[in-house]
Design a protein around this ligand. Sequence first.
Ligand code: HGY
Ligand code: MN
Ligand code: MN
Length: 419
Amino acid sequence: MDGGRLWETLHSLAEIGATPAGGVARVALTDEDQAGRNQFVSWALELCCTVHIDQMGNVFARREGTDPLRAPVVVGSHLDSQPTGGKYDGAYGVMVGLEVLRVLHDHDVSTAAPIEVVSWTNEEGARFPPAMIGSGVYAGAFSLDEGLAAPGVDGTTLGAELARIGYDGPEPCGQPDGAGRRPIGHYIEPHIEQGPILEAAGATLGTVTGVQGIRWYDVTIEGQSAHAGSTPMEIRSDAMVSAALLVCEVDVIARRRAPEARATVGTLETGTGSRNTVAGSVELTIDLRHPDAAELASMHDELLAFAAGERFADGPGGGAAGLPPRPAVSQIWYSPPIVFDPVVVDAVRAGAAAAGFEPVDITSGAGHDACYVSQAAPTGMLFIPCADGLSHNEAESILPEHATAGTQATLNAVLALAG
Ligand code: HGY
Ligand code: MN
Ligand code: MN
């Protein structure tokens, strides 16, 4: 494979939606996402691939194999980004797939199974929660109607935006029992680790054996807006105080289960938004994670018990002694812990070894499309390190030699699985 070409392609793609701070903003189904998709499609067409778009806008670039009965070996990830994302989260996996297609094309290599490279719609879930909804509909976790109706944080719907950018494709996706969806023989998702483990271990490649569980929540807190100067503390129903108590408790719930557990309040908005008005309403979101389903369930129970506890008063007006109003916590998404398919995990490990590396086994802290795809086809992932484990940050960065190593390992695994 050609590491220089991969590196150049990664950074050519990163110019689409580039941000002044050095990251990318290609939020799902925005014009920037559309431009990134278009670029991927045009690169695939240069390789005489056929391009297939399904009803959720998932994009598949296909290179035929010699055995028409074989389901394809698929490599891919996502091209959408966080609002303040990095150049490599998602994009790396799709560009690795593209480089694999380029190598096979350049050397006129025939594989028994077809090879496909996929970019899944709305992996990040930042604009249209929940995350990984394109692969989720593909795998049957959501119906097509649920996927298309997903409400955006900006008042749009996923389906309307998909049509607006022209990626509401004809291929079946999310039909009952997966009817008509594109077959996948094996799926490999190359991705940056987005955490510090490989870098700390001095490892170049990670064989991902599974993904931790994830629970997402929406929280609304309804108190009573009031004058900041004339309202005594003991009669307030201050939604911002409730939010502050909840944010700190969410943090403690994870720290009680160190080092595996994770808990994050990533967004917090107040309906009043004035420094001299007591916040009458607050909306916030919670992300809980743990590799063990039972531990994640107990984190869930502790969160709900805290919200139902005596720190809060029911109803506006503050109740006894001006207690802050009770948060309403609703779980909107649960992605269970995932164990990947041993055949694909072994192919990734062997591919890394054949490339001259000793990969380390690792569980993914971040969710990925591979979580859902693993429910529809044998699935595995390959990690490369990222500097300081930083991701979902515009400073996200990787080393060219790591990008190359991950591609060579993926190419080896694809050739082994495709025959
Ligand atoms: O949230 C996640 O874990 C993924 O990066 N979207
Ligand atoms: Mn990602
Ligand atoms: Mn991400």
